[in-house]
Design a protein around this ligand. Structure first.
Ligand SMILES: Nc1ncnc2c1ncn2[C@@H]1O[C@H](COP(=O)(O)OP(=O)(O)O[C@H]2O[C@H](CO)[C@@H](O)[C@H](O)[C@H]2O)[C@@H](O)[C@H]1O
Length: 533
């Protein structure tokens, strides 16, 4: 059978769910004004992208990747700038920081300095210099022993407050950096949710887009934090940011922002249901009804290219399967695995309940018995880390585990593996499956969220419907069978490598959304009330 005949046969055999329509499609309202901005004949609209991670400095998971790529992808159309905390990794980076302003504190939130860093590709990053909150070892969210920083509410209250202070139109405190002042805030996840609240409580109507990357992390704190964070008592109601007697950063973002997005169309629908809504499904259903909720899929940046990736043992292109095999051999050596002709399965993941590692751990023995091998890189919950270490000890030479975080190793594993296991319980978008596909590793994944939208079952990977050991095992069995049919296997690889989820595709819906929300210059209805937050 020729390659194209195999491809056609595979395409016919697929049972994949096609990406469904967005629950709130963003209407095409881009006017000449935006295109003029794109052509740079008048200044592009200023947008502040507020995030707790940026892969240039620090990345815990997918948010770091998105924050590094999406603002850069939007730079052609907007004067996009990023705001983030000056963690130790930022302070110790090679990039000079120019201190440009001082932001006052509020209640228990300390005052801080605002620095500016110029990153490659013209990306300006504002950093919050507040060593007492951010200059420490550990991750942005956890201390070195894996416990949440006990002052996270204040740390991310500080980030949210800074975003609001920078956007406020108050004549007294109006922020401006050489004429730059944001006309729109793009907030990400619970760590930034209070920003929209701080604006509204001060009568400021600067538009806010709030993107949910993971609804499961909500930033919930006791009512004593109302006064500590300077949140008005009147906001502590079920219609405000109260969530079962606690203050919810996530709910603040949803309630006070103009529009909510999440990172795939399927997840946007899922979070309006009790199974995925984490208790916020009612509110999110209301948002959907009011056309305030949309799904805009993530992309992946151009550095994910097996032909140019400097981290790989051997660059390779589609059909250069010897080149791909050189990477497989390299990964086997990295993890001290035996020489083998069987398939190499991989996990590159945060080791958390969401990712269904319990299913992978339970399937590992059957993978080894069937002649496969497994490599894992990840870090997270100690119980999962220990279970994986035990697995490695039980199957030396067949299972290799690296508890840790390494971009280089992750890329080598995507390039060297045949299959990537992602039995996620839920997956807002998922980037790893897209990286794997680019590098010719076929994802085996639960049909949920962004996984359902980016994997075509039997063509660019394998999907299973029910989150059960049995269904997952069936998908793994199918992968073994395909591995034995070389032509089919290579055809799937080719199909997976051919898809490229470029950020360019996500830029258009974000532009439409920004455009819809930004009031044309000169007719802004911003409150010019004197406020001091
Ligand atoms: N030990 C390790 N070493 C090196 N790299 C590692 C690693 N562990 C994970 N990574 C990398 O971290 C990223 C993880 O991104 P994902 O999107 O797959 O999941 P995450 O749950 O973090 O993101 C959340 O936000 C993103 C962004 O919106 C959504 O796609 C996702 O569904 C949602 O859960 C990938 O780039 C992966 O390669």
């Amino acid at each position: 059978m020729s390659h194209s005949a195999v491809d056609a046969a595979l395409a016919l055999a697929t049972h994949a769910a096609k990406p469904a329509a967005s629950i709130t499609p963003i209407p095409d309202t881009l006017s000449h004004r935006s295109s003029i901005s794109a052509g740079q004949s008048e200044p592009a609209d200023p947008v502040l992208f507020v995030t707790s991670e940026l892969a240039d400095f620090v990345k815990v998971g997918g948010l770091g990747d998105v924050s590094a790529a999406l603002p850069r992808a939007l730079l052609n159309h907007y004067d996009m700038r990023v705001l983030m905390p000056a963690y130790r990794e930022v302070l110790e980076s090679i990039w000079p920081i120019h201190v440009i302003d001082h932001l006052p504190g509020l209640a228990d939130i300390p005052a801080c300095d605002l620095g500016r860093i110029e990153l490659p590709e013209g990306l300006t990053v504002y950093v919050l210099i507040c060593p007492e909150l951010y200059d420490r070892p550990g991750s942005p969210y956890l201390d070195e022993s894996g416990q949440e920083w006990e002052d996270n509410a204040i740390r991310f209250g500080r980030l949210s407050l800074a975003a609001a202070q920078m956007a406020m139109e108050s004549s007294q405190t109006r922020f401006e950096d050489q004429g730059w002042h944001p006309d729109l805030l793009h907030l990400h996840d619970w760590q930034t949710g209070l920003a929209a609240g701080y604006l509204r409580w001060n009568g400021d109507d600067t538009p806010c887009v709030y993107t949910i990357h993971n609804l499961a992390y909500q930033g919930l704190y006791g009512p004593e934090y109302l006064s500590r964070l300077g949140v008005p008592e009147s906001a502590f109601t079920p219609q405000g940011l109260e969530f079962y007697d606690r203050l919810s950063f996530m709910k603040a973002g949803i309630i006070y922002s103009n529009h909510i997005t999440t990172v795939s169309e399927t997840y946007a629908r899922e979070i309006t249901t009790p199974a995925f809504g984490c208790g916020l499904e009612g509110l999110l259903s209301d948002c959907a009804r009011d056309k305030r909720l949309s799904g805009i899929a993530n992309g992946i940046d151009d550095s994910w290219d097996p032909q140019t990736d400097a981290y790989l043992a051997c660059a390779f292109a589609t059909n250069d399967w010897a080149g791909k095999r050189a990477n497989t051999d390299h990964v086997r050596r990295m993890f001290r695995l035996a020489v083998s002709h069987g398939p190499l399965f991989a996990v590159v993941s945060r080791l958390v309940h969401q990712k269904g590692l319990d299913l992978t751990i339970a399937a590992a023995e059957s993978i080894v018995r069937a002649g496969g091998q497994l490599v894992v890189i990840g870090c997270g919950e100690p119980a999962i880390e220990n279970a994986l270490r035990n697995l490695e000890a039980r199957f030396p030479g067949a299972i290799g585990v690296h508890i840790g975080f390494s971009e280089r190793e992750a890329r080598c594993i995507f390039a060297g593996s045949d299959y990537l296991l992602m039995p996620s319980r839920f997956e807002p978008c998922g980037l790893s499956q897209m990286y794997a596909q680019r590098f010719g590793s076929l994802p085996i994944a639960h049909r949920t969220g962004g996984l359902a939208d980016t994997i075509e079952d039997g063509v660019t990977g394998f999907l299973f419907d029910e989150l059960s050991q049995q269904d997952f095992q069936k998908a793994i069995d199918r992968a073994f069978r395909i591995f034995g049919c070389t032509e089919l296997f290579y055809a799937m690889r080719r199909a997976a490598m051919a898809i490229h989820y470029q950020w360019r595709l996500s830029v258009t819906p974000y532009r439409r959304l920004y455009h819809q929300l930004m009031v044309p210059a000169g007719v802004t209805a911003h409150s010019l009330r004197h406020v001091s937050i």
